[in-house]
Design a binder for this molecule. Sequence first.
Ligand code: FAD
Ligand code: NAD
Length: 482
Amino acid sequence: MTRTVENAHAYDVVVLGAGPVGENVVDRVRAAGLTAAIVESELLGGECSYWACMPSKALLRPVLARSDARRVPGLAEAVRRPLDAPAVFAHRDETVGHWKDDGQADWLGSIGVRVFRGHGRLDGPRRVAVEGPEGERHLLTARHAVAVCTGSRAALPPLPGLAGARPWTSREATSADRVPGRLLVVGGGVVGVEMATAWHALGAHVTMLVRGDGLLPRMEPFVGERIAGALRARGADVRTGVAVEAVVRDGGSGPVTLVLEGGETVEGDEVLFATGRAPRTEDVGLETVGLEPGSWLDVDDTLRVTGSDWLYAVGDVNRRALLTHQGKYQARIAGAAIAARAAGDPLDGAAPWGPYAATADYGAVPQVVFSDPEAAAVGLSLAEAGHAGYRVRAVDVDMRSVAGAGLYAQGYSGAARLVVDLDREVLLGASFVGPAVGELLHAATVAVTAEVPLSRLWHAVPSYPTISEVWLRLLEAYRDRA
Ligand SMILES: Cc1cc2nc3c(=O)[nH]c(=O)nc-3n(C[C@H](O)[C@H](O)[C@H](O)COP(=O)(O)OP(=O)(O)OC[C@H]3O[C@@H](n4cnc5c(N)ncnc54)[C@H](O)[C@@H]3O)c2cc1C
Ligand SMILES: NC(=O)c1ccc[n+]([C@@H]2O[C@H](COP(=O)([O-])OP(=O)(O)OC[C@H]3O[C@@H](n4cnc5c(N)ncnc54)[C@H](O)[C@@H]3O)[C@@H](O)[C@H]2O)c1
């Protein structure tokens, strides 16, 4: 039976959406002494915890561990067998807490944050209306700020037949517990690459259909080339420069057929559309505060929505960088800015790299792709730096020249690039592709963010024999060709 109860509540800050970003906003503002409430329509912890980062990495961990082990003499023979798919799924299910959020609820309660379950919508300035699961309605008033942290969902292209074909999106690709015989993957971005890697290793025959001319188009071209080469060498079919024009699946079950430009068809047992994200803003009451429903929310560097003095948009929903770690960084900045403004500081012209400006979003965003081999990059690619008008030089190293890499895996294959700003002799970007490079990335992030001069990096000595000695090779390559 539905009941309608109107309850009014006032807090200093109200946050809409309890993904990793919304949770961090409430944590920061309550740490600053403000009261906070958070509204969640699905699971506390958001997309990342249940249908994105965590389950995908749980699926990929055995894949990458096995791949590494197969390159270690004395161990390789012991890991020849196929992956135990049910055990991998069980580990994934454990990692996502079996899609239950009790732990998150306990933590929010323990820090004094009130949780409202239900669908939240802005209801005019500084107000949020929550429609609970049993029809109850709460009106929340924010004395200082409302933060929209509603994230993003998979964006599907408007293709004939797609809606009725029940395609996998990232949600199904991270939560399925049956390996399809043939998996078609449309899109060569991060989700496409990671999920092609996981499902191929779990036993599916994978065909990737990529519209552009390579994988991971936002990274240096050599990164995608090496990953495509590795997928093909293991038996996946990676096709580039192909456009899907229609989808056919009678009755929404059984084999699915993709019709490509030119008329060729490809058949699979499931199809994953990994074709980017759309903001979850179509039904959050944006129209009540003069904003366009369904739009990405533009913000300044304090994460405050353009033209507003009380509304913030943090995480995926502002489109600055669709990554959990970057959204959580924004949450720390937004939380500090909200608290400072509540205390009377207008923060006019929040200084770049100061506590109230998410400056790293511009040229220092790190990302690790958990493919096989891994990819890791921070800052600008060579092409991006060139477009931005810098006078740059790329420094490239084949990672086979690094003793630690050879010890890590027999026949280690990897590549590294630094993008150097020649006028200031600092790094604008760094990219790595190869086994275990994800753990190399933070050193590069520190160097790019802090603009460490190359002359000083020369004194940052990597330990022997680690893969980090690639830094030495890169700096030598830069100096030797100066
Ligand atoms: C397959 C996949 C793998 C990924 N892997 C990584 C990774 O390894 N590393 C990484 O950094 N990033 C990864 N990402 C990106 C990462 O998931 C997002 O950047 C991150 O989840 C964004 O966090 P958020 O809090 O902004 O949004 P979300 O995590 O989407 O959370 C938003 C929350 O708001 C809630 N909500 C929405 N509308 C309402 C409403 N009206 N009322 C109440 N609640 C509402 C939603 O239910 C949700 O819980 C991955 C993404 C995908 C798709
Ligand atoms: N390890 C990680 O950090 C990680 C892992 C997964 C996802 N993510 C984040 O999640 C976000 C979403 O990932 P994604 O892979 O869905 O998006 P993406 O933007 O990385 O890639 C989508 C790809 O699909 C292609 N595409 C778009 N429309 C198409 C169409 N109609 N037909 C064919 N191809 C089409 C695009 O050209 C693009 O290359 C990313 O921004 C990423 O940062 C991060």
